[in-house]
Design a protein around this ligand. Structure first.
Ligand code: C2E
Ligand code: CA
Ligand code: CA
Ligand code: CA
Length: 277
């Protein structure tokens, strides 16, 4: 009946309004956080098949005074919509470069750190200039930095993204295709992207060691090695998953089974001092 429909509609509207108010509120707070630089970077270790530290992914964290930790899954999509991701991305890059400089200066031997980049950052003219500026300011070997861009992100603006990827590769940076398998890039395309690493999406790792998924993961690893890419499995939570990935000769593993994302103060304890020290 109409009354019922009206009530449902009013309820739908109420939820929708709450969502909107919530989003506008977060948006306002994002701008404040950018100004105050209240973002932090955590590092999630990547290990080789023996569990040795070989790299880490830089992951943004936002500790909000009242809300507590706001997950990136919540605010990154909002910041992509209002383009503040460009500023946030710069903060993450700046913090990561300066952190690596600090590690080196304190006598540690840093491993390669991957930085997530949203497709919109790649379409910003200033992106490469900013990287060069950080490189000059902190004097970091590009070998120590990798950029992660999602498969769908590359496809969104293929021409521009490929152009920027080439500029990064020329400078000696590595590039990883994140969430690999969730987009639909044809294999033909894949070999034209100037990338160095494939990162298999967690959704393929979760069901392991199930037979069907094992076959998919096996195929991805073989393909990656055929194209001379390194392969990372992400979201590894169980020993069986790790053992299977070892059998399949996956190069690197990232996931809670080995390490969760952690602040630099914890991460440094996993890093080596140079052999000469
Ligand atoms: P992502 O790039 O796919 O990053 C991996 C996410 O999976 C991280 O979530 C990580 O904490 C989580 N993860 C890793 N291993 C496991 C595991 O074994 N089990 C489970 N359940 N989760 C695992 P996080 O840090 O919440 O980040 C979520 C997403 O937010 C990232 O997904 C990325 O898309 C985005 N993001 C995070 N930091 C940045 C950043 O600095 N810049 C940009 N543009 N995006 C970022
Ligand atoms: Ca990532
Ligand atoms: Ca590298
Ligand atoms: Ca991912």
């Amino acid at each position: 009946c109409k009354e019922n429909r009206d009530r449902k509609y009013a309820m739908f509207n109420k939820n929708q309004n709450e969502d909107l108010i919530n989003r506008i509120q977060i948006e306002k707070e994002i701008y404040q956080a950018i100004e105050d630089k209240t973002f932090t970077v955590y590092y999630q270790p990547k290990v080789d098949l023996d569990g040795n530290l070989v790299g880490a992914e830089a992951l943004i964290r936002w500790f909000h005074r009242e809300r507590g930790m706001v997950s990136p899954g919540q605010f990154i999509p909002i910041s992509e919509r209002n383009r503040s991701i460009i500023e946030i991305g710069k903060i993450v890059m700046e913090k990561t470069y300066s952190q690596i400089r600090e590690w080196i200066d304190s006598g540690l031997e840093p491993v390669e750190i991957s930085i997530n980049v949203a497709p919109m950052q790649f379409s910003d003219r200033g992106f490469i200039d900013y990287i060069d500026e950080l490189q000059n300011r902190y004097d970091i070997d590009p070998d120590l930095i990798e950029f992660e861009i999602t498969e769908t992100g590359i496809m969104e603006n293929e021409k521009k993204t490929t152009e920027i990827m080439h500029l990064l590769i020329e400078r000696g940076y590595s590039i990883s295709i994140d969430d690999f398998g969730t987009g639909y890039s044809s294999l033909n395309k894949l070999k034209d992207y100037p990338v160095t690493t494939l990162k298999i999406d967690k959704s393929f790792i979760d069901p392991l060691p199930d037979n069907a998924s094992s076959n998919i993961v096996k195929t991805i690893i073989e393909l990656a090695h055929f194209l001379q890419y390194r392969v990372v499995a992400e979201g590894v939570e169980k020993e069986e998953q790790h053992l299977l990935l070892a059998t399949l000769q996956c190069d690197m593993i990232q996931g809670y089974f080995f390490h969760k994302p952690m602040p630099s103060t914890h991460f440094v304890k996993l890093m080596k001092k140079p052999a000469s020290a």
